[in-house]
Ligand binder design. Structure first.
Ligand SMILES: NC(=O)c1ccc[n+]([C@@H]2O[C@H](COP(=O)([O-])OP(=O)(O)OC[C@H]3O[C@@H](n4cnc5c(N)ncnc54)[C@H](O)[C@@H]3O)[C@@H](O)[C@H]2O)c1
Length: 342
């Protein structure tokens, strides 16, 4: 049986780690990416890690002609779809661009998959579909909503997949709702590579540790949590990548469609993460307490039990693994942003 996967967005942060995990699991993988948010040297770095030159198609997910040519030139048995725009703030400023890439993108992809007779798709969704949750632990049955255009595109994509499946029972769909991906590959060759000062906690702490930002702003210290700061579920990107391999295998072996959270089920506070990153970089990182931000919630944490039951997925890496691997990555790649958009 062929095990050939098309990995859209495979040159990006999470996609590059999935590529490594798929190769290690014995899959043939083709990366399809327009390099809008990825460095051109990612394929070389993937070759250094895997010992194998990646098959890369540089093209846009909206380019139907390229997608069609890609499907007719290779015999895939699954698509793992990550190619998307991902900034919440940018989505508020430019919603139509987000609707085009993230929603039109998945529609074109599904149409071309149908044309090529391809029946298996794994889709990267996000815990953002839970909106502003009240619950301490979020099972997949929790209420969903959107609070910004990015979240709208993820929720709409989930619904598009579900409706497409209703019309074609042969379509196998794995929807993975990521919590907060963090950390980097132990080689330090691939990792999160933001274009500008990031909003996410770990990449921001990396900037503070590198001296590019003076301190961490801690928004809200009066939450009902042990240290007063907000709690989030961070998942190591290597664990997340393994979740995709298991999702793909579950579709392949059992034709079992699924919608699952990928998280650890353990919530970590902002102050705990600050301490862990300080330990990783070897000095106490500065922080300033600030008022709560509008829209932030006390806790955002996965109930990971369904992913365990359906995929056999459990995380293996902890917060120190995330901070140590992030620090290793950023130290080795201080001048990296200059390469983006070449
Ligand atoms: N990073 C997170 O915190 C997070 C959380 C939940 C879900 N996700 C989802 O995971 C996926 C990957 O996220 P990431 O953090 O690796 O982001 P990323 O920006 O690093 O990777 C996305 C990749 O898709 C490519 N891409 C973007 N638009 C494209 C297009 N039109 N055609 C072809 N390729 C295109 C980019 O060049 C990039 O390599 C996205 O779908 C994102 O929404 C990310």
């Amino acid at each position: 049986m062929t095990k050939q996967v098309l990995l859209t967005g495979g040159a990006g942060y999470i996609g590059s780690h999935i590529y490594v995990a798929l190769i290690a699991a014995g899959y043939d993988v083709t990366i399809y990416d327009n390099f809008d948010n990825a460095s051109k040297d990612v394929p070389d770095r993937l070759e250094q890690i895997t010992g194998q030159k990646p098959d890369v198609i540089e093209a846009d997910i909206l380019d139907r002609t390229s997608l069609r040519a890609c499907f007719s030139s290779r015999k895939f048995d699954a698509v793992i779809h990550l190619a998307a725009r991902k900034s919440v703030a940018e989505s508020v400023a430019r919603p139509l661009d987000y609707f085009e890439t993230n929603i039109a993108g998945i529609i074109i992809l599904l149409q071309e998959m149908e044309r090529a007779g391809l029946k298996d798709i794994v889709f990267s969704s996000s815990a953002t579909v839970y909106g502003h949750p009240e619950q301490k632990s979020l099972p997949e049955t929790a209420e969903v909503s959107h609070t910004n255009p990015y979240g709208f595109t993820k929720l709409t994509s989930e619904q598009i997949l579900s409706q497409a499946q209703a019309a074609d029972a042969g379509l196998n769909v794995g929807i993975l709702r990521y919590f907060n991906p963090a950390g980097a590959h132990p080689s330090g060759l691939i990792g999160d590579d933001p274009n500008s000062l990031p909003n996410n906690l770990l990449p921001y702490l990396a900037e503070v540790a590198l001296g590019n930002a003076p301190h961490l702003n801690v928004f809200g210290t009066d939450y009902d949590t042990p240290d007063g700061t907000g709690l989030r579920d961070y998942i190591h990107v290597d664990d997340l990548a393994r979740g995709h391999v298991l999702s793909r295998a579950t579709l392949l072996d059992k034709q079992c469609s699924h919608l699952v959270n990928l998280g650890t089920g353990r919530a970590v506070s902002v102050m705990e993460m600050l301490k862990a990153y300080s330990a990783a970089c070897g000095r106490n990182l500065r922080h300033k307490n600030q008022p709560r931000r509008a829209g932030d919630v006390t806790i955002y944490c996965a109930d990971p039990s369904l992913a365990k039951r359906i995929l056999g997925f459990e995380t293996t890496k902890d917060v120190m693994d995330m901070c140590n691997s992030s620090w290793n990555w950023v130290q080795k790649n201080k001048s990296r942003n200059e390469m983006k958009g070449d």
